[in-house]
Design a protein around this ligand. Structure first.
Ligand SMILES: NC(=O)c1ccc[n+]([C@@H]2O[C@H](COP(=O)([O-])OP(=O)(O)OC[C@H]3O[C@@H](n4cnc5c(N)ncnc54)[C@H](OP(=O)(O)O)[C@@H]3O)[C@@H](O)[C@H]2O)c1
Length: 324
């Protein structure tokens, strides 16, 4: 429970009466709650969505349905993954019980664990819309993924490989580089010790990357414009560096590349009909073993502040999941 905005230690473990399920919502006994970078910002009061205080953080869970409206198609006992709309609600996923709108609930495949289910939706949906809908990644193209050992980055590496691209990954330490290679990247670079612009040019015979997936922003974006291919596409996914780059439109013009914004949540609100087909494709890829969340830490709810600090400090790889 967050009663005052601040760092990870501003969360307190409290017993709260869950009350009746939110009207028309599916009530879930949470078995896994993913930590997402925006949670860090939300708890600090720095995110665009600002829930009323006090609130329980967490927007992504897996679990077992406790109760559901008859019209929802879900029944008690179903294993589901769900996104929680933090908009008007103040009870999120770092909890034993959460309520989700039926359209944000998806039945998990039998073979999916609660940990995988908790860390599945946001990273792969973001990757799917970024790489396919926005960048129209083609088989045989070169995809450069930054922060590739992180949550959204690791998903983009796997989706890029599944789409038949050659994937070059960057990450901020040698340990993370090893994770990228394990995820299936064809090449992985430590951008703190290697010049990724030069390396990408070398690996592509001077052409550059066709698609660049950038969750970092700042200097990483600026340098990406130096190794984007003719008719390449840079997808802006996030600004974990804390710096929002300014696009040089003259450079975009003279080099014939595109800079594409990606805000997945807006698809959920404005074009929801695009999401079930994406979910269907993603679950097929999961069943065939082509994508699987890289869960690097599992912690009990009591350790939520430590779990959040791992993600906030850029120390984690893949997903960190709470097990209430
Ligand atoms: N556009 C969308 O629709 C959408 C959807 C979901 C998430 N996002 C955004 O995507 C970004 C990544 O989210 P995520 O959950 O994948 O986070 P994550 O797992 O924590 O990965 C972020 C990575 O960014 C890198 N990084 C670089 N500078 C950093 C800094 N100053 N502090 C912390 N990390 C830094 C770190 O990797 P290295 O050490 O390798 O640099 C870190 O591991 C976030 O900005 C999030 O808001 C966007």
């Amino acid at each position: 429970m967050v009663r005052e905005l601040g760092g990870p230690d501003s969360m307190r473990l409290e017993e709260v009466d869950p009350g009746e399920p939110h009207d028309g919502f599916v009530r879930v006994a949470v078995r896994g709650a993913a930590i997402n970078f925006p949670d860090v910002l939300m708890i600090a009061g720095l995110y665009q969505v600002k829930p009323e205080l006090p609130f329980v953080p967490g927007v992504e869970v897996s679990g077992e349905v406790l109760s559901a409206p008859a019209s929802s198609g879900f029944n008690a006992g179903d294993h589901v993954m769900a996104l929680l709309d933090s908009g008007g609600l103040t009870r999120g996923g770092y909890a034993e019980i959460a309520d989700a709108a039926p359209q944000s609930v998806v039945r998990m495949p039998d073979e999916m664990s609660f940990e995988d289910g908790a860390g599945f939706t946001l990273i792969y949906q973001t990757g799917w819309f970024g790489l396919h809908r926005r960048a129209k990644l083609q088989p045989g193209e070169t995809l450069l993924v930054h922060a590739a050992a992180g949550g959204v980055g690791s998903a983009a590496v796997q989706l890029g490989k599944a789409a038949g691209a050659t994937v070059i990954a960057t990450a901020g330490s040698d340990e993370k580089v090893a994770v990228c290679l394990k995820l299936g990247a064809d090449h992985a670079l430590n951008y703190k010790t290697q010049d990724f612009v030069e390396e990408v040019k070398k690996l592509t015979d001077g052409r550059g990357a066709d698609v660049i997936y950038d969750p970092v922003g700042g200097e990483v974006y600026d340098r990406s414009t130096k190794c984007i291919a003719f008719e390449g596409r840079i997808v802006l996914v996030g600004f974990t560096s804390g710096h929002i780059p300014q696009a040089a439109t003259n450079h975009i013009l003279v080099k014939n590349y595109s800079v594409l914004g990606l805000h997945w949540g807006l698809y959920a609100r404005r074009a929801h009909e695009l999401i079930p087909p994406a979910t269907h494709s993603l679950l097929d890829l999961y069943r065939s073993g082509k994508i699987k969340p890289h869960i690097s830490a599992r912690l009990p709810l009591t350790e939520a502040p430590r779990a959040l600090a791992m993600v906030a400090g850029g120390k984690s790889t893949g997903k960190v999941v709470l097990r209430p």
